[in-house]
Design a protein around this ligand. Sequence first.
Ligand SMILES: Cc1cc2nc3c(=O)[nH]c(=O)nc-3n(C[C@H](O)[C@H](O)[C@H](O)COP(=O)(O)OP(=O)(O)OC[C@H]3O[C@@H](n4cnc5c(N)ncnc54)[C@H](O)[C@@H]3O)c2cc1C
Length: 378
Amino acid sequence: MTEALEELRRTVRGFADREIRPTARERDRDESFPAALLPGLAELGVLGATLPEEHGGAGLDAAAYRVIIEELGAADASIRSLVSVNLGLVGSSIVRWGTPEQQARWLPGLAVGELGAFGLTEPEAGSNPSELRTRAVADGDDWVLDGAKIFITNGARGAVTMVFARAIVAGEDRGITCFLVPQDTDGYVARQIHGKLGLRSGDTAEIVLEGVRVGGDAVLGEVGGGMKVALSALDNGRFSLAAGAVGLAREALEVSVRYAAERQQFGGPIAAKQLVQELLAAMHVDVEAASGLVDRVVACKLSGQRCTLEVSTAKLFATEASVRCADRAVQVHGGYGYIDEYPVQRLLRDARVTTLYEGTTQIQHLIIGRLLTGENAF
Ligand SMILES: Cc1cc2nc3c(=O)[nH]c(=O)nc-3n(C[C@H](O)[C@H](O)[C@H](O)COP(=O)(O)OP(=O)(O)OC[C@H]3O[C@@H](n4cnc5c(N)ncnc54)[C@H](O)[C@@H]3O)c2cc1C
């Protein structure tokens, strides 16, 4: 790692130690959104890390983004998730598919905490988004959207949502299309989902769209080109998720090594017990392996190639590894791991969703299998 990346890591970790970790337990307990942290994250350049400088971003590359996301993932996955969606899914899509006007309208806001959301999943369309039912009916130059979305990160607290809907023109289905919908548009109603296992400080919303009218300039990419937009976004989002999972797994290992050195049983630290060392060693192997797979994604992205195989491989392994590591961390902490005096039970709850969203582990297996064989087993 270069000195510049090490410096970036120290800077983000310093911010996380001062501002994020001290409030993580309370926000987790009372499910409160980290609104107070957004100005600091914006000032640090994190919210606009990969956005172009001319639109208020920091213009950083995939290697720097990975460092930032890994550090946020270690400190608090709710905040990592907020940033991953803002940049990995929404910002990167507007940069790639947006018109100059769309970029000028939305990117500067994303960089300062007017967050973006990615509205693909619906109650009846999860792993198979091509079954989505939200409709956008052409009305002159406008589009009128009706439908429902579920589990949308930043969906209630953001400024804009990428809404994927079937474009209907003169009664004909022109295919799934992505619309940039301001969250304050009439008919856009978002309700916070409470009672989540983890990511409890994050904004996860259920959205109802009732007669939501947007102009023709709200279409991101082409009419009928929505799945291309979604899949390119998910390649970025899953990279982000994999990097965040490495951070979470590493945090689980680091706090466990510290705890094992302090905790005394049978006349000495539990770190001296072979079976505790086995737990720690297994975590270390997972962290290193997951980190190596994320390195490969970074190298692929920096080379400018399409990285779907590398991304799905890293997403699958790193997210499963983060669940294993957080679970082992609870084991190392014994009964103290089961209460929130220590962070490991939050790490376990936060890790759990990573194998579910942005394509479940099963879906990653199917993507990898299809890329290896050319056969579609979905
Ligand atoms: C906290 C949270 C935040 C989220 N944020 C967002 C967001 O910002 N934007 C967004 O659009 N979505 C978001 N999601 C939704 C998430 O991406 C979906 O939950 C996920 O894609 C799975 O869809 P589903 O829940 O409908 O499960 P289902 O698709 O119903 O899957 C249920 C089970 O069946 C398995 N399965 C399904 N199809 C197959 C198959 N062909 N072969 C083998 N197994 C299969 C799955 O792997 C899974 O185990 C979020 C979800 C959560 C929980």
